[in-house]
Design a protein around this ligand. Structure first.
Ligand SMILES: Cc1ncc(COP(=O)(O)O)c(C=O)c1O
Length: 365
């Protein structure tokens, strides 16, 4: 616990930490938003006041993430999980293939949904290596007839991250960026679609950001339910039905905070510093701590590690909890420990964890 403001050392994997400044501003504006006499949650999504918030969030996202004008920006619902379904529903047909690159549980879930609509193919997988690494480019062979190639840019559970993306040529590249969106600048033009639930780097849960090239969206199937068509949302500026208004407001405030921090280059630099504080302790611990991910595939967002033996690992987790660290248990499917250091996790929180890890090792080795 950070005693100066009573904030937990929050390493939750998602939903996760939000910037204190954003929470305080939302608190100030909660009951009477911009002298309207009501909260943002109580007003119509068709009101001029809400539409301004909505449109500003879209334009701020475009500017900060350098999204070209030939891309739509959509705010949807249903989480990244609904995208696992909407993508093949819109872009696959019986007998049509798409390539999935398997780097963890979230890729598996995306692949499973695609099987309901067409013929997804696993063109590369690191499952045999317990998803410790990202495949190298020469392990990836793309079929030019594919409707698209799907990747998971950051693997929240295993703690791996793509540092560069394969060149898929004419085949559209789609990325699930749920756990590293806007953690660094990215060349958007390499992708035909990017999607992410907001609840890690961008705001509270409830909003899903979709960024998609307009001419890719134009290729979508038309014989599908209205609300599941990207075109429905693109044509109505994501206001086809009632959007998650509070979530969109919070997303806009998080984007302002990113802007005030100096944009994505500054955010990326800080994310590197934060992750280094913890990876350095692991690497200099003579095997007391071991990382799950291979070094070349390490994620700057989710740092996964084990403590020398299982009993000590339980003790580490319980002492950490007592010391005010939240969310350090690894995902139930892999165990161990995981520190999620998303954009809004302060440097001091990572420093506190690295100090705690050093002190724990000194006491128990
Ligand atoms: C990489 C990745 N993809 C997809 C999901 C699922 O997201 P949602 O819960 O928004 O459906 C998660 C959730 O943690 C994730 O980390």
């Amino acid at each position: 616990m950070n005693q100066s403001n009573k904030r937990a050392y929050n390493f939750n994997a998602g939903p996760s930490a939000l910037p204190l400044e954003v929470l305080e501003k939302a608190q100030q504006e909660l009951v009477n938003f911009q002298k309207s006499g009501m909260s943002i949650m109580e007003m119509s999504h068709r009101s001029a006041t809400f539409e301004k918030v909505h449109n500003e969030a879209i334009s701020r996202l475009r500017k900060l993430f350098a999204i070209p004008t030939d891309y739509e920006i959509l705010f949807l619902q249903g989480g990244a999980s609904l995208q696992f379904t909407m993508i093949p529903m819109n872009f696959l047909k019986n007998g049509k293939t798409a390539s999935y690159i398997m780097t963890g549980v979230w890729s598996e879930k995306a692949y499973k949904e695609a099987k309901l609509f067409g013929e997804p193919v696993q063109i590369a997988s690191t499952k045999e290596n317990q998803y410790r690494n990202i495949p190298t480019f020469d392990e990836i062979d793309i079929d030019t007839d594919d409707a698209y190639v799907h990747v998971t840019s950051n693997n929240t559970i295993y703690g791996t991250q793509w540092s560069e993306f394969p060149n898929t040529g004419e085949v559209p590249l789609i990325a699930d960026m749920s756990s590293d969106i806007m953690s660094k600048p990215v060349d958007i033009s390499k992708f035909d679609m990017i999607y992410a639930g907001a609840q890690k780097n961008l705001g509270p849960s409830g909003v899903t950001v979709v960024i998609a090239r307009k001419d890719f969206l134009a290729k979508a199937n038309s014989e599908i339910p209205t609300v599941l068509k990207y075109s429905t949302h693109a044509e109505s500026n994501s206001l086809y039905n009632t959007p998650p208004t509070f979530g969109i407001y919070m997303l806009g405030e998080v984007l302002k905070w990113i802007e005030e921090k100096g944009g994505l280059t500054a955010i990326a630099q800080q994310n590197e510093e934060k992750a280094k504080l913890i990876y350095d302790v692991i690497d200099n611990s003579n095997g007391f701590y071991t990382g799950h991910a291979s070094k070349e595939s390490r994620s700057l967002m989710n740092i996964t590690f084990r403590v020398a033996d299982e009993e000590l690992e339980q003790q580490f987790l319980s002492e950490a909890k007592e010391a005010g660290f939240i969310g350090l248990n690894g995902h139930r499917s892999v165990g161990g420990c995981r520190a999620s250091a998303y954009n809004s996790v302060p440097l001091e929180t990572c420093k506190a964890l690295s100090d705690f890890m050093i002190a724990f090792k000194t006491k128990h080795q």
